[in-house]
Design a protein around this ligand. Structure first.
Ligand code: ATP
Length: 675
């Protein structure tokens, strides 16, 4: 804050109070962020910009934040960017009058479509100076592109992109932009295209924007009283916003309340509310029951079955609850009792996948239960044998537009936590209290709704028996959870050390399977020549926003799977690797085809090793240019509930590697913290 002081005119000269935020002003800030890798500077650039927005154009704060985090709306809205390269190239070509082959050859040479757009736009002779783009206008334009569907959707998307590009860079129209300098400078065309691709590539993580918002807001509030915030004020604002956002991850709801009541008054005005999905709490892997006992020594804990299905967060508000379901998705279940929604691990709306659950839900709810948010696992259920079926059965269910009468694979909901009940958030209560509230509020029904099975014990042998029983019941193992005190509260979005998972296959091996992104493929040999036979996989580094290669994989695929994968992947082939793919430059390490980063696969490995052919966690672990790599990787399943940026992180892989090394040296597990 002390090193980076700026006045509005330093950020952008023509930005006047009350006028919409010029998009060029935001791009000027993006460009400054792109020029540094220092986290504090990045945060300061962001917060200075947001401070000016608050001072000059507070009504634009929401779209500004959304463009900064490269989203058009909260995740549960289902509105996403990530437009394919070919559509964008077409739009660049048509809006700038350059031939598609020129655009393609530029892309081959430059490897960043944003820069290709900036170059194409700057070469274009313009007769009229277009009207300047505004942040609101760009957000609206992008939204229109994202939501268009049905016949002719592709063409209308291209038209939408052309419209934005033709208005881009009004202030520099006709002037050449040197894309070799300053990473292309603050070109609007560059950032529009990168936003469309779903990757701003500024090294600007969402949590940095959250910190910047808190700083900007507290500075702004103090500015008005002619005061400067102290470090305590700043950290107070930051922790307040972080905790409010973790319960209610929706800027659409938070921003207006923050402007109305001030940042420090947010907790009274913005709490968890049915209709807005929370990011779920996650667990840390452990390698053995003795490790669990070491970690939870002296504490009371509980061991629950780890069901192998799909995570589901179920929200419900009865008509007579006197509450609103904040933003019931259009496909919400409506019954005589109330309105319900069901969300995935990723906050996607699952109502269309599980209409059978929503239809039955009111019958499990006791009369006094008026509103709730439940954390559950949906599991395929064998109606005849009356038992849990393996995960693969669940995967055969359709994902969308399911009709209750057509459902073949029945599911049973196993509830393991309750986060909100009858108008009150329960996340800060102990797990023992939450579990009691859960059991009091519902009536289990065989094969439809059950509470997760558990045993409260810290005896090694009893835990061993629970683990074996869970595996016999087609579960993956156990989830071990702290029962009492503040440590047992529900920590949204955290991979917490107060939840440990013990999977049956941990007991040998590295501790957990990995979820990796498919970046490339090699054509098959012999019988497999018409499909891809092996694939190049990568983990994700959220700090650099790069994908770092971690292994080639050719094991674990049936022929039927290979055929399906070939169909899926052929449509996302790109001409060359992306600049945010970190891979070996060696000739023999290049895959035959590269893909857009879209699919995440779960993969198991025998162990981890260092290799110069891969780049995963190279900075964290080796420092010698060698990355961590998987030995004998094996395909388990497609994780279509995970997005590429939710893949296993470089840090997670580094930790696994270090843990493996320290176990090998008999030193016990490495220090633990969040991935
Ligand atoms: P995994 O591949 O192990 O599911 P993950 O990253 O999706 O990994 P983890 O935090 O590792 O999630 O494991 C917790 C997951 O286990 C939850 O997301 C949930 O879907 C599932 N689960 C099944 N039973 C339980 C339970 N009793 N308590 C909590 N989570 C459970």
């Amino acid at each position: 804050q002390t090193t980076l002081k700026a006045k509005p005119k330093d950020i952008y000269p023509d930005w006047k109070a009350g006028q919409p935020v010029p998009y060029a002003a935001l791009c000027a800030t993006f460009s400054k962020i792109e020029m540094t890798t220092k986290r504090l500077e990045i945060t300061a650039h962001c917060s200075l910009f947001l401070r000016q927005v608050l001072r000059l154009t507070p009504q634009d704060l929401l779209p500004t934040i959304l463009l900064m985090i490269n989203k058009l709306a909260a995740d549960y809205s289902g509105i996403e960017l990530g437009i394919g390269e070919s559509l964008i190239m077409k739009a660049i070509s048509e809006s700038t009058g350059r031939s598609l082959s020129h655009i393609k050859s530029d892309q081959n040479e430059i490897g960043d479509l944003g820069l290709v757009a900036a170059k194409s736009r700057s070469k274009q002779p313009t007769m009229f100076k277009p009207k300047e783009l505004t942040v609101q206008g760009v957000h609206k334009g992008l939204m229109a592109i994202a939501i268009v569907e049905g016949q002719g959707a592709q063409g209308r998307k291209v038209d939408g992109i052309k419209k934005l590009l033709s208005a881009a860079d009004a202030h520099t129209a006709g002037k050449a932009v040197d894309i070799t300098k300053d990473k292309g400078g603050p070109s609007e065309a560059k950032y529009i295209v990168r936003t469309l691709e779903g990757k701003l590539r500024l090294g600007l993580a969402e949590k940095t924007v959250l910190v910047a918002i808190s700083q900007a807001m507290i500075f702004h509030e103090m500015d008005q009283k002619d005061k400067t915030p102290s470090t305590t004020d700043l950290s107070g604002a930051e922790s307040t916003l972080k905790s409010v956002y973790s319960e209610l991850p929706s800027y659409e709801v938070i921003v207006p309340k923050m402007l109305e009541h001030g940042i420090l008054n947010l907790p009274e005005n913005c709490r968890l509310q049915p209709g807005v999905p929370l990011k779920p709490m996650l667990a840390k892997p452990t390698k053995s029951i003795t490790e669990v006992l070491d970690r939870f020594e002296g504490k009371d804990f509980t061991c629950e079955y780890k069901y192998d299905g799909e995570r589901a967060q179920i929200h419900f508000v009865a008509h007579d609850a006197g509450e609103d379901l904040a933003t019931a998705a259009p496909s919400a279940g409506r019954s005589e009792r109330g309105v319900s929604n069901i969300f995935s691990r990723n906050s996607e709306d699952l109502s269309k996948k599980y209409p059978d659950i929503l239809a039955k839900l009111p019958t499990w709810v006791k009369t006094g239960t008026k509103s709730f948010v439940l954390d559950c696992e949906t599991v395929a259920w064998d109606m005849v044998e009356k038992k849990v079926l393996p995960f693969q059965q669940l995967m055969t269910r359709k994902r969308k537009d399911v009709k209750v009468e057509d459902v073949k694979v029945k599911v049973c909901v196993f509830a393991f936590d309750i986060l909100y009940l009858n108008g009150e958030a329960l996340v800060n209560k102990s797990f023992r209290e939450r579990r009691e509230a859960l059991h009091d509020a519902f009536t289990p029904t065989e094969g439809e709704f059950a509470f997760a099975k558990f045993g409260n014990t810290n005896e090694l042998e009893e835990i061993q028996t629970l683990l074996e029983d869970s595996v016999k019941s087609s579960c993956e193992g156990l989830m071990v959870k702290m029962l009492d005190g503040p440590e047992s509260s529900y920590e949204p979005s955290k991979r917490s050390q107060n939840w440990l998972k013990v999977k049956k296959d941990y007991l040998a091996g590295v501790g957990d399977s990995l979820d990796l992104v498919v970046l490339g493929a090699y054509y098959g040999k012999g019988k497999r020549t018409s499909w891809y036979g092996a694939f190049l996989l990568a983990c994700y580094n959220p700090n650099t926003q790069n994908y770092e290669t971690v292994c080639n994989i050719g094991t674990g695929f049936s022929e039927a799977i290979l055929e399906t994968l070939h169909q899926q992947l052929s449509s996302i082939v790109i001409d060359r690797s992306k600049p945010f793919y970190k891979h070996s430059a060696g000739n023999k390490d290049q895959p035959d085809v590269w893909f857009e980063p879209r699919y995440v696969w779960e993969v198991k490995t025998a162990d981890l090793t260092l290799s110069p052919r891969y780049k995963a966690a190279a900075e964290e672990v080796a420092g010698s240019g060698k990355g961590v790599s998987l030995r004998f990787p094996r395909f388990i399943k497609d994780r279509d509930d995970k997005k590429p940026d939710q893949a296993s992180t470089s840090r997670m892989i580094a930790e696994m590697y270090q843990r493996q090394e320290s176990v090998a040296k008999n030193k016990g597990p490495s220090a633990d913290d969040d991935f």
